[in-house]
Design a binder for this molecule. Structure first.
Ligand SMILES: C[S@@+](CC[C@H](N)C(=O)[O-])C[C@H]1O[C@@H](n2cnc3c(N)ncnc32)[C@H](O)[C@@H]1O
Length: 279
């Protein structure tokens, strides 16, 4: 088969299983197998593919047909223009989380130096911050050893081991220290909704990265209660939230931190996505 024929074959197989963006995903999987950029595939459209590579591609497509996200198949994704390794120990970083990183980068004050990222996952947020804020020193807490190992690997790949540290911790590091900025994309799906998420998420992503307790707000309460101990006066807390959680998270922050000035930022779909609080 030629590259063009294989691309069509892959897209058709994905379409039959109801997978959206089937052409794009077929291209992503073939460029992964070929170890070349998607643009190069088009230039080589009529090139014959070896049996070995054809089999590899068909194997990747059949993995995708089980609803495994393509990012777990290729082992990589992009976040804030940076390549991030992913595996099933950690959530695949989402485009909406780029807004969280951007919100912090834009509001960074020159006199600040320290950040706590709660729930490091792949390390995507910490790495985006460290790459874009040269004076930031970042501690990223993580409870899952598998996610911690992945984040450590990503941090090393990006040459940031001196400025970004993974701390095994339950929400806050045991060591009491105040930070200039606390950032988090915590698990925020109500426990009862986990099973009904799309199969890519419910079957393949770690539940520990998604489960926000009975009402999805458990982590906002835990974080809000401790801001006085962990956030410097004048500092910023920046939290990603799920759809419809804005008012409640604002209330939680206000109850624990009276006087805190709060701002809610919307995503491209006009959904409240980021809650910012200034201590
Ligand atoms: C929604 S994911 C976010 C991952 C990453 N920051 C991102 O935005 O792609 C939440 C992360 O919090 C971690 N986590 C869950 N419970 C935790 C806890 N009690 N303490 C620290 N981290 C926790 C999960 O393992 C997961 O990596």
């Amino acid at each position: 088969m030629t590259i063009g024929q294989l691309l069509q074959w892959g897209a058709e197989a994905l379409r039959q299983k109801g997978i959206e963006s089937q052409e794009l995903e077929s291209e992503i999987l073939l460029s992964f197998v070929f170890k070349c950029g998607r643009d190069r595939l088009f230039l080589r459209n009529s090139e014959q593919v070896s049996k070995n590579l054809e089999l590899k591609f068909k194997r990747a497509v059949s993995q995708r047909l089980t609803r495994q996200p393509w990012q777990y198949i290729t082992g990589e994704t992009e976040f804030y223009g940076l390549k991030i390794k992913v595996n099933q120990n950690a959530l695949i970083p989402r485009p909406e989380t780029e807004l969280l990183a951007e919100a912090v980068i834009k509001r960074w004050q020159p006199e600040w130096s320290t950040v706590l990222d709660i729930g490091a996952g792949s390390g995507a947020i910490s790495i985006a911050l460290a790459k874009n804020i040269p004076n930031a020193r970042i501690w990223a807490s993580e409870i899952s050893p598998g996610a911690g190992a992945l984040a450590t690997r990503n941090i090393r790949i990006h040459g940031l081991s001196r400025r970004v540290k993974i701390v095994k911790a339950d929400v806050f590091p045991v060591k009491k220290q105040r930070y200039d900025c606390i950032v988090s994309n915590p698990p925020y799906i109500p426990s009862g909704q986990l099973k009904s998420l799309q199969p890519e998420v419910s079957l393949y992503e770690p539940w520990q990265a998604l489960d926000g307790g009975r009402d999805g707000l458990k982590f906002y309460r835990l974080i809000s209660k401790k801001l006085k101990e962990y956030l410097n006066p004048g500092g910023l807390v920046a939290l990603e939230i799920g759809q419809g959680q804005g008012k409640k998270v604002r209330q939680i922050l206000k109850t624990c931190n009276p006087g805190m000035k709060i701002e809610i930022l919307k995503d491209y779909a006009k959904i409240g996505r980021i809650v910012l609080g200034y201590r």
